[in-house]
Design a protein. Structure first.
Ligand code: ADP
Ligand code: MG
Length: 362
């Protein structure tokens, strides 16, 4: 019998920064880079895992129970465990993974390996589960088995991505909708070369400030606050600034939905740049390197907007660019960035692509 295949893409957050834990809304896109899995069922109870570029073979026996090892295999094993708990008849299997996602660029390789495993296993051991429940199951694998807390965005984007569409996730309602993305536009992800220093300290502090704002305003979450209401509220200055970012991001996502539905990519790009300015001024989760990259990007012809993507405090920016100019822009932005900051920087040209189900023929 020939091997079974799956593919799960990485993702990039486009708008809706730090809105997930505030019950808010996010726009993201699946990209063409991701993780492929190839595998087959075994006659025994063994799970045998390998990954290109990682030495060694992981072999565990299902009869011993699946446990985390503090290693990469926790992601696929976690998915197998969560599928079993959900009632899937997971037996012994082999899986080999290969990835073209750059490491450390924040493109969510963890969700890609989870989703690639989940799609492979539901092909090998047929099991009825909705796409949203599969995303939630992968998230549980990361939260409860691997032991890393994360929202639902990464898994949803990897599963629900659609060519020429962005993924709109309402984190409170847990609903997902594809929104058309202009066919003549692409995404440039440019890594600042400065390591993601999301140590938890800053992240948790920002989160607590958001929760404090909601509590002082007597609402369950900042999702329930409009910018007019925020302006009228009595809040400490710093807490107001943090809240202004999240409230503004939610409002920008709602505006973006209208612009994208109207095919207005340029207006969408301007919202991305406004998002970055708010990160700089209100949320203070940017860095001088990310600011330099955004300034360089938005001053180029053919770039409609740019912002930091993901948690911030380092990492990458995403720029919305004309597809016909993407190659020229990737070279110009990186060389200008090198001149300005001395950091190497690295650009990845991304197309808004299909998610794991479409890409795996499910
Ligand atoms: P990301 O932003 O890429 O999701 P994470 O720290 O959340 O970063 O996840 C990265 C982890 O996912 C890696 O340390 C590794 O354990 C696992 N992983 C990612 N890609 C692969 C791969 N191709 N093979 C094996 N494990 C991988
Ligand atoms: Mg991750």
């Amino acid at each position: 019998m020939s091997d079974t295949q799956s593919f799960a893409p990485g993702r990039v957050e486009l708008l809706g920064n730090h809105t997930d834990y505030n019950g808010g809304v996010v726009l993201s896109a699946a990209i063409q880079m991701g993780i492929s899995a190839t595998g087959k069922c075994r006659d025994d109870d063994k799970i045998v895992l390998t990954s290109e570029g990682i030495d060694g073979v992981v072999a565990v026996n299902l009869r011993d129970g699946l446990k985390a090892h503090d290693s990469w295999e926790d992601y696929p094993l976690g998915v197998a465990e969560m599928l079993s708990r959900a009632g899937a008849a997971i037996g012994g299997f082999e899986a080999h993974f290969s990835s073209d996602l750059p490491l450390g660029a924040g493109l969510s390789s963890s969700a890609a390996i989870e989703v690639a495993t989940a799609v492979l296993l539901t092909k090998l051991f047929p099991f009825q589960i909705s796409a949203l429940d599969l995303a939630k199951l992968c998230r549980r694998a990361e939260n409860d088995f691997v032991g890393v807390s994360c929202g639902l965005l990464d898994q949803v984007s990897s599963i629900f991505g659609k060519k020429d569409h962005v993924v709109y996730l309402d984190c409170r309602a847990e609903t997902v909708e594809p929104i058309p993305f202009p066919k003549d536009l692409g995404l440039l992800i440019v890594h600042s070369g400065v390591k993601h220093a999301l140590t938890g300290g800053e992240y948790n502090e920002r989160r607590d400030q958001c929760f404090e704002a909601a509590e002082k305003m007597g609402v369950p979450a900042l999702r329930d606050v409009s910018s007019t209401e925020l302006a009228a509220a009595k809040l400490p200055d710093l807490v107001r600034k943090r809240a202004a970012h999240v409230v503004g991001e939610n409002e920008r996502v709602f505006q973006a939905l209208e612009f994208l539905r109207a095919g207005n990519g340029d207006a969408f790009g301007k919202l991305m740049t406004a998002s970055h300015r708010s990160s700089m001024e209100n949320f203070q989760n940017s860095t001088p390197e990310l600011d330099a990259l955004v300034e360089i990007a938005v001053s180029q012809k053919g770039c409609h907007g740019a912002r930091l993507t993901g948690g911030g405090f380092g990492g990458a920016i995403v720029a919305l660019v004309d597809l016909e100019a993407i190659e020229r822009l990737s070279e110009t932005i990186v060389s200008e960035y090198r001149k300005t900051t001395g950091h190497p920087g690295k650009a990845y040209r991304c197309l808004v692509s299909d998610g794991a189900l479409a890409a795996s023929g499910v």
